[in-house]
Design a protein around this ligand. Sequence first.
Ligand SMILES: [Cu+2]
Length: 101
Amino acid sequence: MKAIVRIVSVGLFAIVIVGCNPGSGDKEKVYDIKGKVVSLEAEKNRVRLDHEDIPGFMKAMEMDFTVQDTKVLAGLKAGDAVHGKLKVKDSNYVITELQKH
Ligand SMILES: [Cu+2]
Protein backbone atom coordinates (compact mmCIF):
# COMPACT_ATOMS: atom_id res chain seq x y z
CA MET A 1 0.00 0.00 0.00
CA LYS A 2 2.77 2.42 0.91
CA ALA A 3 4.49 1.63 -2.37
CA ILE A 4 1.38 2.51 -4.34
CA VAL A 5 1.02 5.83 -2.54
CA ARG A 6 4.61 6.59 -3.35
CA ILE A 7 4.24 5.77 -7.02
CA VAL A 8 1.13 7.92 -7.29
CA SER A 9 2.72 10.87 -5.53
CA VAL A 10 5.86 10.68 -7.65
CA GLY A 11 3.65 10.61 -10.73
CA LEU A 12 1.74 13.69 -9.63
CA PHE A 13 4.98 15.46 -8.84
CA ALA A 14 6.24 14.79 -12.36
CA ILE A 15 3.03 16.16 -13.87
CA VAL A 16 3.31 19.33 -11.79
CA ILE A 17 6.90 19.88 -12.91
CA VAL A 18 6.06 19.44 -16.58
CA GLY A 19 3.00 21.68 -16.24
CA CYS A 20 4.99 24.49 -14.66
CA ASN A 21 7.89 24.48 -17.05
CA PRO A 22 7.13 26.58 -20.13
CA GLY A 23 10.63 25.98 -21.47
CA SER A 24 10.33 22.27 -22.16
CA GLY A 25 9.77 21.47 -25.82
CA ASP A 26 7.34 24.32 -26.22
CA LYS A 27 6.08 25.86 -29.41
CA GLU A 28 4.92 28.91 -27.58
CA LYS A 29 4.64 32.09 -29.62
CA VAL A 30 3.69 35.63 -28.76
CA TYR A 31 1.89 37.83 -31.25
CA ASP A 32 1.00 41.50 -31.17
CA ILE A 33 -2.73 41.92 -31.34
CA LYS A 34 -4.74 45.02 -32.18
CA GLY A 35 -8.44 45.55 -32.24
CA LYS A 36 -11.54 46.67 -30.44
CA VAL A 37 -13.19 45.32 -27.30
CA VAL A 38 -16.61 43.94 -28.22
CA SER A 39 -17.53 42.76 -24.74
CA LEU A 40 -15.80 41.51 -21.63
CA GLU A 41 -16.49 39.34 -18.62
CA ALA A 42 -13.80 40.27 -16.12
CA GLU A 43 -14.99 37.75 -13.54
CA LYS A 44 -14.48 34.94 -16.07
CA ASN A 45 -11.24 36.34 -17.48
CA ARG A 46 -12.77 36.52 -20.92
CA VAL A 47 -12.85 39.19 -23.57
CA ARG A 48 -14.38 39.32 -27.02
CA LEU A 49 -12.24 41.23 -29.48
CA ASP A 50 -12.81 42.39 -33.00
CA HIS A 51 -9.16 41.99 -33.95
CA GLU A 52 -7.15 43.04 -36.97
CA ASP A 53 -5.00 40.67 -39.00
CA ILE A 54 -2.32 38.95 -36.96
CA PRO A 55 0.37 38.52 -39.62
CA GLY A 56 1.34 34.90 -40.11
CA PHE A 57 -1.28 33.63 -37.73
CA MET A 58 -4.87 34.75 -38.16
CA LYS A 59 -7.07 36.91 -40.33
CA ALA A 60 -9.09 39.76 -38.89
CA MET A 61 -12.17 38.49 -37.08
CA GLU A 62 -14.30 38.75 -34.01
CA MET A 63 -13.60 36.13 -31.39
CA ASP A 64 -13.44 35.32 -27.68
CA PHE A 65 -10.19 35.15 -25.78
CA THR A 66 -9.14 34.10 -22.32
CA VAL A 67 -6.97 36.62 -20.50
CA GLN A 68 -4.09 35.63 -18.25
CA ASP A 69 -5.57 37.33 -15.20
CA THR A 70 -8.19 39.88 -14.22
CA LYS A 71 -5.64 42.71 -14.22
CA VAL A 72 -5.38 42.46 -18.01
CA LEU A 73 -8.93 43.80 -18.30
CA ALA A 74 -8.62 46.51 -15.65
CA GLY A 75 -9.92 49.85 -16.89
CA LEU A 76 -11.19 48.47 -20.20
CA LYS A 77 -14.74 48.51 -21.49
CA ALA A 78 -16.66 47.58 -24.62
CA GLY A 79 -15.80 49.85 -27.54
CA ASP A 80 -12.22 50.56 -26.47
CA ALA A 81 -9.55 50.39 -29.16
CA VAL A 82 -6.80 48.21 -27.74
CA HIS A 83 -3.49 46.58 -28.47
CA GLY A 84 -1.71 43.87 -26.57
CA LYS A 85 -0.01 40.50 -26.63
CA LEU A 86 -1.44 37.12 -27.50
CA LYS A 87 0.40 34.06 -26.27
CA VAL A 88 -0.26 30.91 -28.26
CA LYS A 89 0.77 27.44 -27.26
CA ASP A 90 -0.72 24.52 -29.17
CA SER A 91 -4.38 25.49 -29.42
CA ASN A 92 -4.33 27.52 -26.23
CA TYR A 93 -4.71 31.29 -26.79
CA VAL A 94 -4.16 33.63 -23.90
CA ILE A 95 -4.12 37.42 -23.88
CA THR A 96 -1.33 38.50 -21.55
CA GLU A 97 -1.49 42.27 -22.06
CA LEU A 98 -4.15 44.66 -23.26
CA GLN A 99 -3.98 48.45 -23.33
CA LYS A 100 -6.05 51.28 -24.72
CA HIS A 101 -4.41 53.27 -27.44
CU1 LIG B 1 -9.06 35.43 -34.43
